[in-house]
Design a protein around this ligand. Structure first.
Ligand code: TXA
Ligand code: MG
Length: 320
């Protein structure tokens, strides 16, 4: 079930099956994007509502031309700077894209992942691959093949590429004329985009809780145990608590299960290790509830706090 044979996995895609595969962000649950029956299986296996559209993954820029109609100079410049990489562009769709992929929207989200296995799979399959994150709807995103298997044992094939490098999902932007609207914060920040194309872009920075991707629900990315934000200085926790920290700041949590996403408050490390830490706490039978430290909401910290807030939405604080 978990293997690393690209040709075999590509055959599954061509035959209309589902392949979970690594990208640099999280594992995706892929199907032939041009085969609506195959894509329907993604929604079924994930238990994903049909109003939530999928991202289409490509391996060469020609595919962008087949899938979309809105390729402006700015779109090309963004692709030049950030692809392959964790940036999804939402653009007007072409007639080739099945309705089920876009949930009937007039736009389609496209990205070229920066992961050799993913690129090889797309090339070997010979078609663009529609893929959401390979988790059950609303649950933790997978950053290893084992995480995929835990939630989606019914998948036809899991390509094992080890732990993903970035660890949180791509940044999603809607690109319109000379403007770019942030739909989901991710590894690439609005500052990164403005710096890459100085003066060319106005990027709107709606508050993250007002973002308008159909999939931006308040509760998402959640472990199957209560998750609480750790209040600064909070030391007395209930028995059976797991604690996720992002650096060593002298606070000692003796007697609790502790996992560090970083020992030095390195925000890139925290992004890479965030979901793995939450999965480990979810799987640890001794852990009844999880407390997680917050991070500063600037730069990449915005995307990290977006995931933490959504994962802990039902349990923001013990007194709520
Ligand atoms: O890093 C990633 O983006 C990963 C890897 C597998 O590529 N994929 C991922 O997919 O996170 P998913 O389905 O878990 O999240 C995709 C988000 C959803 O919130 C969806 O609503 C939004 O993208 N989306 C997709 N197409 C869209 C469109 N046409 N307009 C607005 N939002 C769109
Ligand atoms: Mg997802």
């Amino acid at each position: 079930m978990i293997k690393n044979h690209i040709e075999e996995a590509a055959r599954v895609i061509r035959a209309g099956g589902l392949v979970a595969f690594p990208t640099e962000t999280v594992y995706g649950l892929g199907a032939d994007a041009l085969n609506p029956v195959a894509v329907a299986k993604i929604f079924q296996l994930k238990e994903r509502p049909s109003f939530d559209p999928l991202i289409v993954h490509i391996a060469c820029i020609d595919d962008l031309e087949r899938l979309t109609t809105g390729i402006t100079t700015l779109v090309r410049q963004l692709a030049d700077k950030f692809w392959p990489g964790p940036l999804t562009m939402v653009l007007p769709r072409s007639a080739l894209v099945p309705d089920i992929v876009t949930s009937g929207l007039s736009t389609v989200g496209v990205r070229m992942p920066e992961n050799d296995m993913a690129l090889q799979l797309i090339r070997a399959a010979g078609c663009p691959i529609a893929a959401p994150s390979a988790n059950k709807f609303g649950q933790l995103s997978p950053v290893s093949a084992a995480h995929v298997l835990k939630q989606l044992p019914g998948v036809d094939y899991i390509l094992d590429g080890g732990l993903t490098r970035v660890g949180i999902e791509s940044t999603i932007v809607a690109v319109e004329e000379n403007r770019c609207r942030l739909l989901r914060p991710g590894f690439i920040t609005p500052d990164d985009i403005e710096k890459a194309l100085p003066g060319r872009f106005v990027i709107s920075r709606a508050k993250t809780d007002q973002l308008e991707s159909p999939g931006m629900l308040k509760s998402h990315y959640s472990p199957k145990k209560p998750l609480y934000l750790l209040a600064p200085g909070e030391k007395q926790l209930p028995a059976g608590s797991g604690v996720i920290l992002h650096g060593d700041n002298g606070n000692v949590y003796d007697g609790y299960q502790v996992i560090h996403t970083s020992h030095t408050f390195n925000i890139v490390e925290t992004a890479a290790n965030l979901f793995a830490a939450l999965h480990a706490m979810e799987e640890d039978e001794g852990v009844k509830q999880i407390f997680i430290q917050g991070v500063n909401e600037s730069g990449l910290g915005i995307a990290i706090m977006d995931r933490i807030k959504k994962a802990s939405y039902r349990y923001q604080s013990l007194t709520d």
